[in-house]
Design a binder for this molecule. Structure first.
Ligand code: HEC
Length: 188
């Protein structure tokens, strides 16, 4: 009987430990990894499209591929991944209340001297009465981004942006500005 209990003990312990939510740092590390993967895929696809078809073609690629690449990055994980910003091009990327608050926090921390590449924020929150983990990772503005997000867009790019996004607010950025953030969430 004693032997049986000894044998069973680890098995019985298993569901209990499995039900324990992972530590916030471990969740943040998962989210950081996924955000990094998404950034690499997006940039890879964007720069390839710029090179092969030019910026006007790349604009269309961005429009159709960005959400698909985000969904592919999250596939097989419990995470939802998207991009957001205080000034969005696509209204579908507009921040919710929590994201708006965190974006403001990231912007304040950036002006206080924090390194853009390391700017992130996370929190355990309730979504529809259930605990969820939410994470944001800042996206900086680099010089290649200015072709489509800067203050002096070429006329053909400006007119394509206007055509695809009549309510665009994602111009006028400078290199080093906070462009937005990757936003990730998962239920706990
Ligand atoms: C070829 C033009 C082009 C370039 C270059 C470009 N973007 Fe964009 N960007 C777009 C388009 C188009 C969208 C809207 C995508 C959509 O409809 O979801 C967008 C959307 C975004 C968004 C999502 C929030 C929003 O405004 O809707 C972020 C964040 C972003 N871009 C960051 C960047 C960064 C960082 C770079 C440089 C590495 C960059 N972009 C370069 C065209 C471009």
């Amino acid at each position: 009987m004693k032997v049986l209990r000894v044998l069973l003990a680890p098995l019985l312990a298993l569901p209990l430990t499995a039900a324990e939510p992972p530590a916030p740092e471990a969740l943040a590390s998962q989210a950081r990894g996924l955000a990094g993967n998404l950034m690499l895929s997006l940039q890879g696809e964007l720069f390839a499209a710029m090179k092969s078809g030019g910026p006007v073609k790349a604009l269309e690629v961005c429009r159709s591929r960005a959400p698909e690449i985000a969904a592919a990055t999250a596939m097989g994980t419990p995470w939802k991944i998207a991009r957001t910003s205080q000034r969005v091009r696509n209204g579908a990327n507009a921040p919710d209340e929590w994201e708006a608050r965190k974006l403001e926090e990231l912007a304040t921390r950036l002006s206080a001297g924090e390194e853009l590449s390391a700017l992130e924020a996370w929190e355990v929150v309730e979504v529809d009465g259930r605990p969820a983990f939410r994470y944001m990772k800042a996206i900086g503005t680099a010089s290649p981004c200015l072709t489509c997000h800067g203050s002096a867009l070429k006329p053909e790019i400006a007119s394509k942006v206007r055509e695809l996004y009549p309510d665009d607010r994602a111009v006028g950025f400078a290199a080093g500005d906070l462009r937005g953030a990757f936003t990730l969430s998962r239920p706990l």
